[in-house]
Write a protein that binds this ligand. Structure first.
Ligand code: HEM
Ligand code: HEM
Ligand SMILES: [Fe+2]
Length: 479
């Protein structure tokens, strides 16, 4: 992928910019995994890197890098699709490139500050200069404002190009969704010293991203990718896309209630949260069924015509995108539903169970399809017609998926032990917490999580090598 800077076939500035975003995304993904491993080792050996890279910092960088790389990959995918879908070369892409460099420089500074200034008191100045203390979106205020400006430039590129080009259904959903996605960031930007109020708004960003706007965004990517990869019919994927928009925005928005159970908001959230969040898996199942249904129908029709059926033009992208259908359903649908009813959540809240769901859902629903989009980008950058999976592609898919699934199972076991011992048996007090953490089931589960983390990292290495080399290989084969 890095080599594509020199050797790419892209003449289109929008897609070049998309590739720039993809490159930073994959680097941040690697950084995310390394810091996750540091945090995982600290669960086993609490003294590891103490006062050099404390758990609090490793964890913070781990999950903020996660959010940032995914946003980078989403912006990359948007720029990639923009010019293709609209058939227009892109309005003011030069400005978009400038915004890219500013954003990347700002993020580098923010991460360096996190690593250099690890402890100290939280003051007005630290909110402006160091971090905000808001899980997942810690960027200090100065960077927040910068992010808003950069996103406005990005949105202008998207919107203005959309208005001038062909307005497909896929693009219409994307443009509307991006507005909501970007707008929600603002709700996590103001400060209140009432912790309930702070959490109330903070969840608007996190929950309404991952369970509403990002999910719709993934629907857009899946629709586009299915057309590109297996020649899916536009009418069919677009119809499902609209149904998904309707359902996800419905269940996802009121599903917000499942985070309001214990933060001091009124009790009516119990009923609202329970009902609507329990409905959330429905569109996820629909998405899953639709991918398989479309595929089967097309293959059947092709066979009836006596043809071979659809040819997958990008093997690795297709495998990541099929994994997305499974991963989204399992991570968000099943692992989310597990703990979404207040009757269950009162026991599971804040145990490793949450972390199990967090890992499988973010990976399954987002990492997978975004990596799929990167492969589509690489294929385009090298101008190859058909890109087959290599050994590295297969190892990349297999080891990362196996590793994340393994971590999820380990964390689910740890969470189960916490629910039984810490919550049910000992009554959730201070001592109960430490007793549960020191029992063998918990420690062994944490050990397995660390081992599976190493497997995930190994998968990432194969993936990164593959992204760097597959284009050239496919090009050589085609020639
Ligand atoms: C791809 C979509 C999703 C992603 C990426 C995701 C991710 C996450 C993450 C990271 C957390 C932990 C937040 C924290 O640090 O406190 C969380 C919490 C939660 N998620 Fe999801 N989630 C998704 C979808 C769902 C769905 C569909 C449901 C319900 C069916 C669900 C139910 C929950 C619940 C109940 C909690 C709160 C757990 C607690 O603190 O007790 N999630 N989610
Ligand atoms: C090398 C592999 C990884 C390791 C060793 C690892 C380890 C960790 C650790 C130790 C934490 C802190 C948990 C806690 O506070 O109890 C964490 C949190 C988290 N990680 Fe990972 N991680 C890895 C990969 C990933 C991947 C691939 C994703 C998603 C794509 C991810 C998403 C998250 C999320 C969302 C949280 C916050 C969960 C919560 O608080 O509920 N991690 N990770
Ligand atoms: Fe949620």
């Amino acid at each position: 992928m890095l080599a594509s800077i020199k050797t790419n076939h892209l003449t289109n500035e929008g897609q070049k910019l998309g590739m720039m975003y993809f490159r930073v995304a994959i680097i941040l993904f690697g950084a995310q995994l390394l810091l996750g491993l540091v945090a995982a080792i600290q669960f086993l050996a609490p003294g590891f890197l103490f006062e050099i890279l404390d758990f609090s910092v490793a964890r913070m960088v781990h999950i903020n890098a996660l959010v940032v790389w995914m946003l980078y990959a989403m912006i990359g995918a948007s720029y990639w699709m923009l010019t293709d879908e609209t058939g227009h070369e892109g309005v003011h892409i030069g400005l978009g490139k400038l915004a890219f460099w500013i954003l990347t420089a700002a993020i580098t500074v923010v991460v360096l500050v996190y690593l250099i200034v690890q402890v100290g008191s939280g003051t007005e100045a630290s909110i402006w200069l160091i971090h905000e203390g808001r899980e997942y979106i810690e960027a200090p205020r100065w960077a927040d404002i910068g992010i808003v400006v950069v996103v406005l430039v990005f949105y202008w590129n998207m919107f203005a190009t959309y208005m001038k080009g062909t307005q497909t259904g896929i693009m219409t959903v994307m443009i509307a969704d991006l507005l909501a996605l970007a707008g929600l960031y603002l709700t996590g930007m103001f400060f209140t010293d009432n912790i309930s109020m702070d959490q109330f708004w903070w969840w608007w960003v996190i929950h309404l991203w991952v369970e509403a706007t990002w999910e719709v965004f993934v629907g857009v990517l899946a629709a586009y990718a299915l057309i590109k990869l297996i020649g899916a019919k536009r009418e069919i994927v677009e119809m499902w896309l609209w149904i998904e928009v309707l359902m996800l925005f419905g269940s996802g928005v009121l599903g917000l209630g499942h985070h309001y159970f214990w933060i001091g908001t009124p009790e009516y959230w119990w009923e609202i949260g329970a009902l609507f969040s329990a409905l959330e898996p429905v569109p996820l199942v629909a998405m899953f069924v639709h991918v398989l249904y479309d595929w089967g129908k097309q293959q059947g029709a092709a066979k009836a015509r006596g043809e071979e059926g659809s040819v997958i033009v990008n093997g690795p992208a297709m495998s990541w995108i099929v994994m997305n259908a499974f991963g989204n359903f399992l991570g968000a649908g099943i692992w989310g539903f597990f703990h979404t009813l207040p009757q269950v959540n009162i026991y599971t809240h804040g145990t490793q169970f949450t972390a199990a769901h967090g890992h499988l859902s973010f990976f399954g629903a987002y990492a997978t399809i975004l990596i799929g989009m990167m492969y589509i980008g690489v294929q385009g950058a090298y101008g190859v017609k058909r890109m087959k999976a290599t050994f590295n592609s297969k190892m990349g898919v297999f080891l990362t998926a196996f590793g994340v699934m393994g971590m999820t199972i380990a964390l689910t076991i740890a969470g189960y032990e916490q629910v039984l011992v810490e919550r049910a048996e000992l009554g959730a007090g201070w001592e109960a917490y430490f007793t549960a953490q020191n029992l063998p089931w918990y420690i062994q589960a944490q050990l397995w999580r660390a081992i599976m983390g190493v497997v995930t990292l190994a998968g990432f290495v194969y993936l990164a090598v593959d992204l760097l080399t597959i284009g050239k290989k496919a090009q050589a084969e085609e020639a």
